[in-house]
Write a protein that binds this ligand. Sequence first.
Ligand SMILES: [Zn+2]
Length: 391
Amino acid sequence: MDLSEITREAVLDVIGECDQLGRGRFLERYGFEPARRYFLRHDGVLYDSKAIVGVAHRFVTGRPLAADQFSGGRETVGRLLDRLGFEVVVDEPAAPRRRLVQVLESLRGAKTPDGPARHQPITLLWAMGRAAGHRPRLVFWRDANTELRGLMREYGQPSSRPTPEFPILALTRTDVWELQGHVGGIPPAHGEPMAWLDEQNPSFGLATWAYELIASDESARSEAIAILGRRFFNGSLPEALLGEVGLRQLKRGDTPSAQDWSPLEAYLRLCQTVEAAEARGDHDRSTVSAAREQPVRSSASVKAVLIRSGGRCENPLCTGQPNDVNKDGEPILEVDHVHDRAKWGRDHPIQMIALCPNCHAIKTRGRTGEQLRELLLLEARARHSTWVSQV
Ligand SMILES: [Zn+2]
């Protein structure tokens, strides 16, 4: 594939489009995976180099290139961007666990006369507790702020005021945190952000990769707790705080026996089952009657998604958590193919999601169903990739 006719102007135009859509939606629209190694750096922001070049090709032929029509990397995309005067950087994103440790080790808060301020660590512990309990990842400001204020009053340094507005914004500078649902830029944490938060009511929580890591990997969770205890709580976290946020660690005797699969192992095995069937081709359509071909819906995919969900609706903006369970004592969740299986959407956890009945109804017949579908597609993919990247 000849990329040589792509111009600098075309690349700049596509960078603008990516800024406008946001990275996730941009990649989704053109069918590219996030870059792993080669990034285009422009005005301090990293872009997925292959996706940008593929889309810029539209100015040569009228059509963007698909991801499988050309190869990315240093020799092709890297050389072109270099010639057009762009900076290409090599950056290998760390595995989730190492990434989390890096953020926690470098977390910096204000100093108080009693020691380091604890607002950010408390906020992170609160969010980690939600992940450990498989509660929804993102929470609206109005729903979270009283609880966070209480935790800070109880467990913060005696000389600092309980101000959740500060860590919620300050943490957005780190890779583990996500704040969304607001219009325009985020004000500086040290300004007067209360009015902004009250008016915009954004939602926030751990980024998907960090949420999934904490939800599925108990030893990563213990390591994170240990780091925060050592750095901010004179050695170790108060048991009462861990209990309050839902992070009380299992005692030695409580660990599951070796014969039991961990959720992670079970998930990986089920995905392998599905992928092996896909590779054989017997997963695509049922052969009961050639005249009425039906896409197969495997029980392995559904089981895998339910394990991944931990029994909670996977919509990051789910507002209702039904406490009720079905007659078998299991959570009332419906597993949905984000791209309809009836229209041959892939029968694989990477594009399947567990939803509570309300979120499922919004997706299939709600006014905001289309937007929700895009969000769910990204969420399913992010959850899946974090689970499989832990091995
Ligand atoms: Zn829901």
